[in-house]
Design a protein around this ligand. Structure first.
Ligand code: COA
Length: 347
């Protein structure tokens, strides 16, 4: 059975740099608070009229496709991971298919937030190993800047997120010792609501608030003025609770990938953690006993780009020559759901 290799990788971040100090215009916060708690100094915000989650994904995809030495016409399946799609439906995969004038290939959208890219990688790996597809385009892209509460009310979340996209072209390889060794996926829905965007959604009556509404009123509950007034169209996060769970599950799922393949943490050439918070990544590094040169972080410049953060960090690490052929690379993510995942690969 072939393994799956990354044949090409690309990333795209908007030109517009938004520093911590730029946030002061909108909310009560400080550069010091943000940097001390999260490591973030600046993030990118998409051009408000020309860039969408899909267009950023397409820009990253063009680079990945060119680096793989193929054309868009060779892609036989698209997987798109995002929590900030251009439309509630349809997903961004079909918009990529249209924008890149691809054949009438399959397009799958994945809604697993921070672990979305790794879930996509795992799905692609299965399709490639079974011989179903030969050139899968996997994109992680987010345009958070269109959906944040930029007032003091939303400051614990809004300061964290940024926009950007990363993409890989995945192909089969018969080269021994190369490619994805294993992927590991997990979830625990017990705390689904502590990192979530509640509306638009179909749960409204489930919360009991609308029990007295008639059917016509309920039919409009997907998105109401009241929800907007209550800021329910913005993400909600219990930051400390997320932090506590993340620092347990990140090391656990990384160790799981190492143990499945007979490796130790010291064997890792590069760990690419989802860029949730620099403090989380530092805790994970310490817990696993990894040296600085074994872990890549770029959250300082891009913030948390959710489904895009792993491919953006992977791409930058590779572009900077920090990942070379034959290196043992571990990718890991944790986020809303909760869902968490890892992948171990030989580059
Ligand atoms: N600027 C200044 N003060 C802020 C602030 C901001 N941007 N955001 C929150 N605060 C305040 C709070 O209002 C609170 O004030 P109070 O003590 O007077 O009530 C205080 O800072 C502490 O808030 P808390 O939420 O307990 O802060 P924290 O130390 O836990 O840090 C996070 C907040 C979000 C940085 C931290 O919890 C975190 O990083 N969690 C993980 C989040 C994450 O990784 N999310 C992505 C998952 S993929």
């Amino acid at each position: 059975m072939p393994r799956t290799k990354v044949a090409g990788i690309g990333m795209y971040v908007p030109e517009n740099i938004f520093t911590n100090n730029d946030l002061l215009k909108y909310m009560e916060t400080t550069d010091e608070w943000i940097e001390e708690r999260t490591g973030i100094r600046e993030r990118r915000y998409a051009n408000r009229t020309t860039e969408t989650t899909t267009t950023m994904g397409v820009e990253a995809a063009k680079i990945a496709i060119e680096r793989a030495g193929i054309t868009a016409a060779d892609i036989d399946f698209i997987i798109f991971a995002t929590l900030s799609p251009d439309y509630y439906f349809p997903g961004c995969g079909v918009l990529v298919q249209r924008a890149m004038k691809m054949k009438e290939i399959g397009a799958l959208d994945i809604r697993n937030q921070c672990s979305g890219f790794l879930y996509g990688l795992s799905v692609a790996d299965q399709f490639i190993k079974t011989g179903m597809y030969k050139n899968i385009l996997l994109i992680g892209s987010e345009k958070h800047s269109f959906g944040l509460d930029m007032t003091t009310r939303g400051r614990n979340i809004s300061v964290i997120f940024g926009d950007g996209a990363g993409a890989v072209v995945l192909q089969p390889t018969e080269e021994s010792g190369r490619g994805i060794l294993s992927t590991h996926l997990h979830s625990d829905g017990e705390s689904a609501e502590i990192l979530a965007m509640y509306n638009p959604g179909t749960h409204a009556n489930h919360w009991g608030k609308y029990a007295d509404f008639d059917d016509a009123e309920i039919a409009q509950m997907f998105m109401s003025n009241k929800m907007v007034d209550d800021a329910q169209n913005f993400p909600f996060m219990d930051g400390p609770a997320v932090f506590k769970k993340a620092i347990v599950k990140f090391p656990e799922v990384i160790k799981e990938s190492l143990e499945a393949n007979g490796y130790l943490a010291s064997d890792i050439n590069m760990l690419i953690p989802h860029q949730a918070n620099l403090r989380i990544a530092q805790f994970v590094q310490q817990k696993l006993g990894l040296k600085d040169e074994q872990v890549f972080n770029n959250i300082q410049r891009y913030g948390n780009t959710t489904a895009a953060s792993v491919p953006i960090a992977l791409c930058e690490a590779w572009q900077e020559g920090k990942i070379k052929e034959g290196d043992l690379v571990c990718l890991a993510a944790f986020g809303s759901g909760f869902t968490w995942a890892s992948a171990l690969l030989k580059w």
